[in-house]
Design a protein around this ligand. Structure first.
Ligand SMILES: [Zn+2]
Length: 210
């Protein structure tokens, strides 16, 4: 194989790697980058498995892995980039309790403190609380959530104890709050966080700082 042919083959994984990189840096539609990265990786692997040089197979596998990594990075960034809103801690806490104690309140909600120290609530969208990350000013998000749970749930205090024990083990938890259909009483339980489990490390209070 002469130098020109080698150079021609080098272009294939370079194109694949370049496309994988573009998946990470591009804002907006990435379909073409995904297609291009997978296509050129496939060409490299195909040629490497055929009568092309062995390094082409290795390079193709590498760019496949880079494409997968790029995809995971984009997915992680998308999760972290949920909109952030700053809320007044007292007002936010009162609003959550008010929604849950009003007539026709939702039957269940899930709430937790993310690794960035913000509160996300799921299940109260119809009542006007979206899934944004809520930053409670300079207050401790875990304390705020614990106060809501203690105020609402019949077993709030013991669930908060379990929550703190889990946080000390660096296993972040969500609070699942459910309202009894007949009694109307709220009960709380914990749900382990999926994915990135480390709790917020810089809580502004000594109880939740780890
Ligand atoms: Zn706290």
């Amino acid at each position: 194989m002469n130098a020109w042919q080698t150079a021609g083959l080098v272009v294939i994984p370079v194109l694949a790697g370049w496309s994988a990189l573009r998946i990470v840096v591009r804002q907006g539609a990435r379909k073409l980058d995904y297609f291009s990265a997978l296509f050129w990786s496939g060409v490299a692997v195909g040629l490497g498995l055929g009568d092309g040089p062995g390094w082409l197979l290795a390079a193709g596998c590498l760019t496949f892995a880079a494409t997968l990594l790029a995809h995971l990075l984009v997915a992680a960034a998308r999760r972290l980039n949920k909109p952030l809103v700053t809320v007044d801690p007292g007002a936010f806490r009162a609003r959550l309790v008010e929604i849950c104690t009003a007539d026709g309140s939702p039957e269940a909600l899930l709430a937790g403190v993310g690794p960035d120290g913000t509160i996300t609530v799921w299940g109260l969208e119809p009542a006007g609380i979206g899934r944004e990350r809520h930053r409670p000013g300079g207050a401790c998000a875990s304390c705020l959530l614990e106060e809501v749970v203690t105020e609402l749930a019949a077993n709030g205090e013991e669930t908060v104890e379990q929550y703190r024990a889990q946080l000390r083990r660096r296993a972040n938890q969500l609070f699942l709050l459910r309202r009894g259909v007949i009694s109307g009483d709220w009960t709380a339980e914990l749900r382990p966080v999926q994915g990135f489990k480390t709790p917020f490390e810089y809580a502004p209070c000594p109880v939740h700082r780890i």
